[in-house]
Ligand binder design. Structure first.
Ligand code: GLP
Length: 240
């Protein structure tokens, strides 16, 4: 696992966009695994700028998003479907039929999850998977657990995640369940890039980098990946 420490979130966005741009130029029909949350927003903004400049194109790209809330309408302002369209897809030349986001309202969640994993396999697997990290070390919505999860599945969110993400929701309306790629689905990606900024991520980053590989800190599994890069700022690196 490679760790790169930066002075600011802007520097991270440039470095991360460089990694994606190199792939987009050398393999225009690549498969991207994308993430939501505040962490990737600046990277998406940089990728939009480069796409508008003509440096890169998403016209042949397929994307798969890490996770989606359950029991939230697709067009809700907090759905990851809305997030991805507002922060990236509406501003680049991607084809809507190449965008894959889990349906958190599927009547049969198990079927939805299985079909999602099959679609990834059929697309040839993910070339680069982008990740953020939860304050409890979660990746996607893989919460601390007794064992590492396998493929995509429906998960009950922990109190700590509900507390962290509730700030975006009115009242107590934050969903309690989500669909998420499993740890094994994430680890199958050829390259993984994790972004973490700010002091609130310092404990999770310390446990990920300096601690043992354990499902209690889901991101620690990245140490077992042959090509995982952590792009973190000084605040997130503060306890290293
Ligand atoms: C959510 C998402 C994760 C994300 C995490 C951190 O729980 N499911 O994929 O990495 O939040 O989000 P942020 O980048 O806003 O700190």
């Amino acid at each position: 696992m490679e760790v790169r420490i930066f002075n600011s979130a802007d520097e991270i966005a440039t470095a991360c966009a460089d990694i994606f741009s190199e792939l987009l130029v050398t393999k225009p029909e690549c498969v991207l695994g994308l993430a939501t949350g505040a962490s990737p927003v600046k990277t998406y903004t940089e990728l939009i700028k480069r796409c508008k400049n003509g440096e890169i194109s998403f016209s042949k790209v397929k994307t798969f998003n890490l996770d989606e809330y359950c029991d939230l309408p697709r067009d809700d302002k907090n759905s990851y479907y809305t997030f991805m369209h507002e922060n990236l897809f509406n501003s680049v030349d991607i084809k809507e039929e190449n965008v894959n986001i889990l349906d958190g309202n599927a009547a049969d969640a198990e079927k939805e999850a299985k079909e999602f994993d099959e679609k990834i396999e059929n697309a040839g697997g993910i070339d680069i998977q982008l990740l953020g990290i939860g304050t409890n070390g979660h990746i996607g919505f893989n919460e601390p657990a007794d064992s590492f999860s396998d493929g995509t599945f429906k998960v009950k969110l922990t109190d700590s995640t509900i507390k962290s993400n509730s700030i975006y929701f009115d009242d107590d309306s934050m969903p309690r369940y989500a669909l998420t790629m499993g740890i094994n689905s994430i680890m199958k990606a050829k390259k993984i890039v994790l972004i973490a900024t700010g002091e609130s991520k310092a404990d999770a980053i310390k446990a990920t980098i300096d601690g043992e590989v354990t499902p209690q800190v889901p991101a620690s599994v990245l140490k077992n990946h042959p090509d995982a890069i952590l792009l973190i700022d000084k605040a997130a690196a503060k306890l290293l």
